[in-house]
Design a protein around this ligand. Structure first.
Ligand code: HEC
Ligand code: HEC
Length: 287
């Protein structure tokens, strides 16, 4: 009798196991969606843009953007799970390895401006949530052709990341995590080093310069320096720069920043507060 019951359980196991594996916790998927769509906004680069420069609805991850802002030519791939034109053939572990270590399954390196230097700091839970969500996002068939061309060798981002805990439970630490590894604010707002890497000793002191129809604008100093940074801004003014894309004098912030406002406006209120708390706590840096 026991043998028969055990036999029945054993027979059921292969059916149960894959199903259990294929269905991550709803909370994990929801976290993954929040990170990919909002807080990390992968679509800023991975979104397919229409002639008006806006991301086409439903194609937030379908790729095709050609990015030349930083002096090289990067072609952004389709990261929906479409098997032929996207990353449908990749496992969740492959996706984690791509985000954290900048490595594709074939061992090649992913080049900038994908901010791998920052994504190395994503916690185990968050990077797993992103990968779980990306595997289950709607597949979009959209072939992206051509290869990125860099005017420097793309080098390894460092030894493989093994484990990163969630940030400590206080506003400044959470804000540092959000403004760094998650929303990569500091990828734009930190001085550049050769190879499109960042000078992490001068975080927030102003960085990448963007050129477009709106003119030439640097990602400004967002440390609390009173003269060179945003030390005189109130918390509400910083919040408006993020969620409305406007400076205290009413000036509209250029698209690399202002264009993110509708997305940042959907960020959890607590996350916005933590980012602002962190900006306030940065050492004030002069140019
Ligand atoms: C600032 C722009 C930018 C952002 C933000 C960005 N990426 Fe990328 N990503 C790129 C570029 C450019 C490439 C291709 C680089 C190359 O050609 O070597 C890429 C490559 C990838 C690849 C490899 C796909 C393939 O087929 O080779 C994956 C996976 C990926 N990104 C996932 C993500 C995820 C997930 C996010 C958000 C957490 C994200 N990226 C955010 C620019 C970006
Ligand atoms: C893709 C690059 C990019 C990212 C990512 C980015 N910014 Fe910006 N940011 C800019 C640029 C460029 C400007 C300057 C816009 C202008 O002056 O018109 C700017 C302006 C600002 C300003 C106004 C500063 C001033 O003196 O006018 C603040 C505050 C700011 N960013 C904070 C942030 C925070 C916080 C994040 C992350 C949640 C972030 N930025 C993400 C590029 C970026």
């Amino acid at each position: 009798m026991w043998i028969r019951i055990l036999g029945a359980i054993a027979a059921a196991l292969p059916l149960l196991a894959p199903a259990a594996q294929a269905q991550p916790e709803p909370a994990l998927l929801e976290r993954g969606r929040y990170l990919v769509e909002t807080a990390a906004f992968c679509g800023a680069c991975h979104g397919t843009r229409g002639p008006d420069g806006q991301i086409i609805r439903g194609m937030e991850l379908a790729g095709g953007r050609v990015m030349t802002e930083r002096g090289y030519r990067a072609i952004v791939p389709n990261i929906t799970p479409d098997p032929e034109t996207g990353i449908g053939g990749w496992s969740e572990a492959d996706i984690v390895n791509a985000i954290r270590n900048g490595l594709r399954p074939d061992g090649s390196l992913i080049g900038p401006p994908m901010p791998i230097e920052f994504y190395r700091g994503l916690s185990d839970r968050d990077v797993a949530a992103m990968a779980a969500y990306l595997r289950r996002a709607p597949p979009v068939r959209h072939a992206v052709t051509g290869r990125s061309a860099y005017n420097f060798p793309v080098e390894s981002y460092g030894p493989p990341v093994t484990s990163v805990p969630d940030p400590p439970d206080n506003p400044v630490a959470r804000g540092a995590y959000l403004a760094g590894p998650v929303a990569h604010c500091m990828d734009c707002h930190t001085p550049e080093l050769p190879g499109d890497r960042r000078d992490m000793s001068r975080i927030g002191a102003g960085g990448v310069t963007f050129e477009g129809p709106w003119g030439i604008v640097p990602a400004r100093n967002i440390t609390p320096h009173r003269e060179y940074g945003i030390g005189d801004w109130t918390e509400e003014q910083i919040r408006r720069a993020l969620v409305q894309g406007t400076a205290p004098d009413g000036r509209r912030l250029a698209p690399p920043m202002g264009g993110r406002a509708p997305v940042f406006a959907r960020m959890a209120e607590g996350d916005l507060r933590d980012i602002i708390a962190y900006l306030r706590a940065l050492p004030p840096l002069a140019p």
